[in-house]
Design a protein. Structure first.
Ligand code: SF4
Length: 316
């Protein structure tokens, strides 16, 4: 084989590889757009005439959110406006030029709100104590005000599927509540609808998408505060479960939209006090004497033993 022939074989191989990579990238982009569009539709997050304020921190999630909403804005049968908003909290080293440069380059209307919450937090919270709770409270108030000033009736946040799951476990383990982050809610001042269009998107897909898009990511540790340690622990647990048995994580997530109040214990959600036989056949009724069918649990002794062990461990 001549040098020319060898070079052309290598080139063909490379172009085949890049074609395969391109197809994979297209597939990932389509998947994220489809999941976002489905979540928006399922929860009626965006309606005709809405002005959506997209909160942009400079992290992978918010860049992805903005990019996907821009795509959907071009394709959707309804008309809605987008306004990207970043709150510059004056953390030391925050590269203030990065977001304006990026937003100008893609032609998205934006506003940078300059508020030195960093100094307030540092002044009020004693050294060594976690600053996130006051910081988030201040940020929330400022963002609500900005939304009002710019006439935005919706506020879009970049939380994704894994954030929703982690919040569910945090509430379950540390607050004794079956509660998570809803895809849509009314703000605590009663004035805005807060939406989470990435509610169906997995974080692992967002990581790949952000790399693909080459977003100018701003590191999230500029304030020097650590991510909540309990959240880190929960995220590790979820990743471990994902490795061992991905269905376990997926089913927990699906269960958040598949609740049976009559088979839990919340007397506010189900009127146990006045529950009486109604003498009607009910195929969905209780099967107190039969064992429950678990479609995704193969009836193998190993899996059952594993669950029994888990329960025993957590009781120990
Ligand atoms: S990590 Fe820093 S910027 Fe983020 S909420 Fe906590 S204190 Fe605020």
């Amino acid at each position: 084989m001549s040098i020319n022939q060898a070079t052309s074989t290598v080139n063909e191989h490379e172009s085949e590889l890049s074609e395969r990579q391109r197809q994979r990238n297209n597939k990932l982009t389509k998947k994220i757009i489809r999941e976002t569009a489905t979540a928006i539709t399922d929860y009626n997050m965006i309606e005709d005439g809405d002005k959506v304020m997209v909160c942009l921190s400079g992290g992978k999630d918010s860049y992805t959110l903005l990019e996907v909403l821009r795509t959907l804005q071009k394709r959707a049968p309804i008309r809605f406006e987008l306004l990207a908003v970043n709150l510059d909290q004056k953390q030391p080293g925050f590269p203030a030029h990065v977001l304006p440069t990026y937003l100008n380059s893609i032609g998205v209307p934006f506003h940078i709100e300059n508020q030195d919450t960093y100094s307030i937090v540092k002044r009020v919270i004693p050294e060594g104590k976690t600053t996130c709770s006051l910081c988030s409270r201040l940020r929330r108030g400022i963002l609500y005000r900005v939304a009002e000033e710019f006439g935005c009736n919706k506020i879009a946040l970049g939380h994704h599927r894994d954030d929703i799951l982690a919040t569910f476990f945090l509430n379950l383990f540390y607050a004794a509540k079956l509660k998570s982050m809803p895809p849509k809610l009314v703000s605590d001042n009663g004035k805005h609808t807060v939406i989470r269009p990435l509610a169906y998107v997995a974080e692992s897909d967002i990581i790949k998408f952000a790399e693909l898009q080459n977003f100018p990511i701003i590191p999230c540790n500029l304030c020097g505060s650590q991510e909540n340690l309990k959240r880190q622990e929960i995220n590790r647990m979820i990743r471990q479960w994902e490795k061992e048995s991905p269905k376990k994580v997926w089913n927990t997530y699906k269960a958040l939209a598949n609740i049976v109040p009559s088979h839990l214990m919340d007397r506010e959600l189900f009127d146990f006090v006045n529950l009486r036989p109604d003498f009607q056949d009910n195929p969905e009724g209780d099967i107190a004497f039969d064992s429950e069918p678990f479609p995704d649990l193969e009836e193998t002794p190993t899996k059952q033993q594993h669950i029994v062990q888990l329960i025993r461990k957590s009781n120990a």
